[in-house]
Write a protein that binds this ligand. Structure first.
Ligand SMILES: [Zn+2]
Length: 82
């Protein structure tokens, strides 16, 4: 993991308050997910730097369980803090 953030384009439909804003399904916005955390699609976000580094990827595999639990924690906390 590192300090990078991974950018995703997500529909405003991803946000719980969608429907109150009149946003259309094609109304996308960019969000940033810290490297190693859960992305808007429920996958793990890994920045390009880490993907390109075999040592980092091996370390990620070694800590798979820790990361999974961490992701669960972030789900529990909700996504409303950005
Ligand atoms: Zn990274």
């Amino acid at each position: 993991m590192c300090e990078n953030k991974v950018s995703y384009y997500v529909s405003r439909g991803w946000y719980p308050w969608n429907g109150c804003t009149g946003a259309k399904p094609y109304d996308y916005r960019e969000v940033f997910v810290p490297c190693g955390r859960t992305d808007p699609h429920g996958e793990r976000a890994i920045c390009q730097d880490c993907q390109d580094d075999p040592d980092v990827m091996r370390d990620i595999d070694a800590h798979e369980e820790t990361i999974r639990l961490d992701n669960q924690a972030s789900h529990s906390a909700g996504w409303g803090d950005w």
